[in-house]
Design a protein around this ligand. Structure first.
Ligand SMILES: [Zn+2]
Ligand SMILES: [Zn+2]
Length: 105
């Protein structure tokens, strides 16, 4: 699960940032998440062509848990619903581009 850490400092002051899934999640560091995991593109030998979403660290972990859970047939209903929706988009993109989903954690 790779992802660039995004920090914003304005005038020497650390700014809280808003999670791309839940506006109530205000955090100092956002993770740039590949909606369709980078590892799936690399495994297929294709250029990475996924959109990104900026997520708080908790949502980021939840999305990857959901991706792996959907892959393994787990019940993921305990996870935040928007994280599960975003995880499902990974499989849609993978199908569109002929990628093979694999565990991401
Ligand atoms: Zn990610
Ligand atoms: Zn969040």
């Amino acid at each position: 699960m790779s992802g660039t850490r995004l920090i914003t400092v304005t005038g020497g002051k650390v700014q809280l940032q808003t999670c791309g899934l839940y506006a109530g999640h205000r955090v100092p560091i956002l993770n740039a998440h590949h909606i369709c995991p980078e590892s799936w593109w690399l495994a297929a030998g294709k250029p990475v062509a996924t959109p990104f979403k900026s997520l708080c660290p908790n949502c980021h972990e939840s999305v990857h848990t959901a991706i792996d859970g959907i892959l393994d047939g787990w019940d993921v209903t305990s996870l935040p619903p928007r994280c599960v929706v975003l995880a499902r988009q990974a499989f849609t993109i993978a199908a569109d581009f002929g990628l093979t989903p694999a565990p991401t954690l």
